[in-house]
Design a protein around this ligand. Structure first.
Ligand SMILES: [Zn+2]
Ligand SMILES: [Zn+2]
Length: 232
């Protein structure tokens, strides 16, 4: 039995919940959960805000753990390997999207916490490509949000081909924004954080922003050309 925390319906409290996962699927891996982030999408699915929840819901889709079992057709990971699981838990692996590296857009994509049991549990199972290998020694509690907010802000850097010589502005220094600042700084960009309070401005500087525009100070700014932002 897998021991989890689940909810029976919208607005219900999380309660201990056990389920029998059945035989391990041929392409599945089983993961012993070591840490799991908490995302607002967990709340959205718990409360059926998007109308797609299937109860009982076991939330948790910023999962960090180790592989403990591998199905006979599973590839790419080994028992004992540290892995992470984000929004997706399975896809068809033969459509155009899956074969183009856009498997998150597969029409048969199985979200980790919709019609599937997530990582607020001692174990969970996913199709092997969705158990993302992680380096040893990563701080587990820090690593979870990289699978959600982290991928969300890393995506635009990749899709828009942001170069280390570019200047990047990050609007909003919250859960996503602070990761965006750190990524852009680490990539070598000249980074400007747009904050709404003095405290957020200080945070932006501590996360590595070269410049900070603090709206509380009524600073003005202009977008001087596409993909670059100048402060006045
Ligand atoms: Zn999240
Ligand atoms: Zn597919």
């Amino acid at each position: 039995m897998i021991k989890a925390w689940g909810v029976k319906g919208p607005k219900q409290p999380l309660e201990p919940y056990e389920y029998a996962p059945g035989p391990l699927g041929a392409e599945e891996v089983e993961i012993a959960v070591e840490s799991c982030g908490i995302c607002h999408s967990d709340l959205s699915i718990i409360n059926n805000e998007w109308g797609i929840s299937t109860y009982p819901v076991v939330p948790g889709r910023e999962v960090i753990g180790r592989v403990v079992a591998i199905g006979p057709q599973a590839k790419g990971v080994t028992v004992g390997q540290p892995v992470g699981v984000g929004w997706g838990a399975a896809s068809c692996m033969h459509c155009h999207q899956c074969l183009s590296g856009d498997q998150n857009l597969c029409t048969q994509n199985v979200p980790t916490i919709v019609g599937h049991k997530g990582g607020f549990a001692d174990r969970l199972r996913v199709q092997w490509p969705w158990a993302i290998p992680l380096p040893e020694g990563l701080n587990k509690a820090d690593a979870g949000p990289l699978l959600c907010g982290g991928t969300t802000v890393f995506g635009p850097l990749l899709v828009f081909g942001v170069k280390p010589t570019d200047r990047v502005g990050v609007v909003g220094i919250g859960g996503l924004g602070h990761l965006a600042l750190k990524f852009a700084k680490a990539w070598g960009c000249e980074v400007t954080g747009f904050a709404s309070t003095d405290a957020k401005a200080d945070e932006a500087r501590s996360f590595g922003a070269h410049h900070v525009v603090n709206r509380e100070r009524k600073a003005t700014f202009v977008i001087s050309r596409a993909r670059s932002i100048s402060c006045l």
